[in-house]
Design a protein around this ligand. Structure first.
Ligand code: COA
Length: 373
């Protein structure tokens, strides 16, 4: 079995930053127009008035201050509140592949690899823009990679599940090196008219190159010490969008065809699950939690990450021990923990241990223990 390392990572950040204040101004304009339009029913008691959102609540409840989006105008237009991403022709590079190629090029450059070194491409994310041909095969072609590619979806945990899949392929000798990419356009599955969740997500794409330890030459190399994955079914984060929708016209366009969650339940159920998962994983590897220099956690909610760190460490995480990127990026689904890794790993010393952990819909949780070489 070959030892496997992460030898490079890359990040594509969309061009448009949107603050909580901007998002709330649009949401509240929508609420005011809705309540004006239905004033008679609201006064008659047959309809409940919609409540406004607040930037203070968003930052206090989630830690999010802004997010990056692929399109801003469509989202901030109170009459639309959906990103405007025009369809492209079949002969043009699709938008998800474009994001993926940008992040992948940086990951390849950081790994000191070219397309000729890669045997397998995985696109792992929460939403694919089409069922087929696989976005990963389009990325493979755009980068000129031989071998094979496939898409996979484990919602917010897609990256750690993708890493485990890549590790297996490399360890077994199926691939010399793997490119694993997470193009997330979360703004397209987010209901910007839902007060409980309109602020949660942002867009981004991350990529990592994994390869055999003996071929890795980059300055930043992280040996994979172990991966651990788990899933437990839950309806508390759900999206009913799918190819069967057209078979029941009544359901088309309903809010359940977008992201829906019971946020408080998710918080309560997922934190202990992830805390135990990471602690159990470290224990199985003979690593004491205090010997871990860095936790690159999924970026959904600041209080959630603080609680998970407390459960694993038995104390508050020190400054920089569990880096936060959700303040700027919001929840970028599978990309979140990899953004934290990409932006907050270079200062580690050889021998330092870190854990990437993602968690979310399914429920699903994944952890990847690394040692810097
Ligand atoms: N603006 C102002 N007030 C709001 C609001 C908004 N946008 N949204 C909700 N509120 C109000 C609610 O009406 C409620 O008021 P009440 O106490 O008078 O009833 C209060 O704020 C608390 O609402 P609640 O939904 O319980 O908030 P919360 O503290 O649980 O925070 C989340 C909401 C979504 C930020 C939080 O639950 C969370 O992040 N959960 C985990 C989500 C997660 O990780 N999901 C994974 C996705 S991959």
């Amino acid at each position: 079995m070959h030892k496997v390392v992460i030898s490079g990572s890359g990040l594509f950040t969309p061009p448009h930053a949107v603050s909580n204040e901007e998002l709330v101004a649009t949401f509240n304009a929508f609420v005011q127009a809705h309540n004006r339009q239905h004033q008679a029913q609201i006064e008659a008691g047959s309809m409940t008035a919609l409540a406004e959102s607040s930037a203070e609540f968003i930052e206090k409840a989630s830690g999010i201050k802004q997010r990056f989006l692929m399109n801003k105008d469509g989202v901030l237009d109170p009459a639309r509140m959906t990103p405007h991403l025009p369809e492209r022709g079949n002969d043009e590079l699709s938008i998800q592949a474009e994001m993926a190629v940008a992040a992948a090029r940086e990951a390849l450059a950081n790994a000191g690899k070219t397309a000729a070194d890669i045997d397998m491409v995985i696109v792992a994310c929460s939403n694919m823009q089409r069922p087929y041909p696989a976005v990963s095969i389009e990325v493979q072609q755009a980068l000129g990679i031989d071998g094979y590619a496939f898409d996979m979806n484990v919602a917010c945990s897609s990256a750690t599940f993708g890493i485990q899949t890549a590790v297996n392929a490399i360890a077994a000798g199926q691939a010399r090196a793997v490119l694993m990419v997470n193009p997330e356009i979360c703004s397209a599955h987010l209901n910007f008219r839902d007060r409980d969740s309109h602020f949660i997500f942002g867009d981004a794409c991350t990529a990592v190159v994994l390869e055999r330890a003996e071929t890795a030459t980059s300055a930043e190399r992280y040996e994979i010490l172990g991966c651990k994955l788990a899933t437990v079914f839950s309806n508390n984060i759900r999206n009913n969008f799918g190819f069967l929708n057209r078979c029941d016209e009544q359901g088309i366009g309903r809010p359940d065809k977008l992201f829906v969650q019971q946020g408080r339940k998710v918080f309560k159920e997922v934190c202990p699950m992830v805390g135990e998962h990471i602690a159990g994983h470290l224990d199985s590897l003979g690593i004491k939690p205090d010997a871990v220099s860095r936790f690159w956690l999924h970026q959904a909610n600041l209080a959630m990450n603080q609680l998970i760190s407390r459960r694993v460490l038995g104390r508050e995480a020190a400054e920089g021990e569990a880096p936060v990127i959700l303040d700027r990026y919001a929840n970028t689904s599978s990309a979140g923990s990899i953004i934290a890794f990409h932006l907050h790993s270079r200062d580690l010393k050889a021998g330092d241990v870190g854990v990437i952990s993602s968690f979310g819909a399914g429920y699903s949780v994944g952890s990847v223990a690394l040692r810097k070489l």
